[in-house]
Design a protein around this ligand. Structure first.
Ligand code: RUB
Length: 309
């Protein structure tokens, strides 16, 4: 069974990026359901709930993870036998993965429309949705150039520049703190999201808020590429999106930190960009301003106020 292995890989970030995390969790749930041997349907549901919890506890910020798990687990709302429950879980898991893969392709098509021939783009971290838009614009033979950040402390920028280089896109690799220095050379910032709140605030890799702020000051547009399952329904009730704080050893080796008793190392993995710094959110359902986030939660995720009690 791959459940514990997948949970460990999400925690250690071997599997990372909000979309990939969601698909990996759903695959692990499906695999667990396929192999689960229990005597009755209630036990099946109980065991599946435990598995779902193990997966959702791995990383707190990417809302795609609980949204995806919830989508699959809704198969267990009503069922008559273990076999029927198993089938229903497997069907929903396959549906989610298919939807997710198509969503990323559709976002690339829609996002590429907002990239013009001759544009200089800037991206931060490694987002398959954001990168998809850039790669699609390039495939459409738009002449583009990209600035990609390093992304301290885990260096996800390296994954991004490899993909851009493989596609033959002219790319500038810069340290995170050089964004303000280069922002006037940039026409469009395009990033992904781990979560989007009902008020249109975007949670993404630490540093995104600073970049969006610099872009706002330079009158540079900011686009967020995100599947609808990155929207966070519970923010309707004012629930905050938890920001993951990772091991401090990622920032400063313990051997150095232990000799600095007055220094506390902090390592938040994500930050919140207010809606006012975001011009457009590109989803698989279309592109719209962040102020319309509630419509996605209501119309596409199907959450009504009464579901949240
Ligand atoms: C990844 C990150 C990405 C989003 C969107 O953080 O912040 O921008 O998850 O990615 P980490 P995608 O590396 O800590 O997981 O578009 O691939 O879902």
């Amino acid at each position: 069974m791959i459940l514990n292995g997948t949970a460990a890989s999400i925690k250690s970030m071997e599997i990372r990026g909000a979309g990939r995390i969601a698909r990996a969790a759903v695959e692990a749930l499906a695999d667990y359901a396929r192999n689960l041997e229990v005597s009755d349907a209630d036990a099946f549901k109980r065991e599946m709930q435990k598995a779902a919890e193990i997966l959702t506890e791995t990383r707190p910020t990417a809302v795609s993870l609980p949204n995806a798990v919830r989508y699959v687990m809704r198969a267990l709302d009503s069922f008559e036998s273990v076999e029927a429950a198993r089938e229903a879980v497997l069907a929903r898991a396959a549906e989610f993965i298919d939807h997710s893969e198509h969503a990323v392709e559709r976002i690339a098509e829609i996002g590429a429309r907002h990239i013009s021939d001759g544009d200089v783009l800037l991206t931060h971290c490694n987002s398959e949705a954001a990168l998809g838009c850039i790669l699609e614009a390039h495939r459409q033979e738009k002449e583009i150039e990209v600035y990609a950040t390093e992304v301290r402390p885990r260096g996800q920028g390296l994954i991004t520049i490899r993909a851009l280089n493989d596609a033959g896109i002219r790319t500038n690799y810069i340290i995170d703190s050089a964004v303000r220095y280069f922002i006037n050379d940039v026409d469009l910032v395009i990033v992904g999201a781990d979560a989007i709140a009902v008020n249109g605030a975007v949670v993404n890799k630490i540093g995104t808020a600073q970049i969006a702020h610099a872009a706002d000051e330079a009158r540079t547009n900011v686009i967020v590429a995100a599947e609808t399952y990155k929207f966070a329904p519970r923010t309707i009730l004012g629930e905050k999106i938890a920001i993951e704080e990772r091991d401090t050893g990622e920032v400063l080796p313990g051997t150095i930190a232990e000799n600095l008793p007055f220094v506390r190392v902090r390592n938040p993995a994500f930050d919140v960009t207010p809606a006012e710094y975001v011009d457009l959110i590109v989803t698989e359902m279309g592109a719209f301003p962040p102020e319309l986030a509630y419509l996605v939660i209501r119309d596409y995720l199907g959450w009504k106020i009464e579901d949240l009690r």
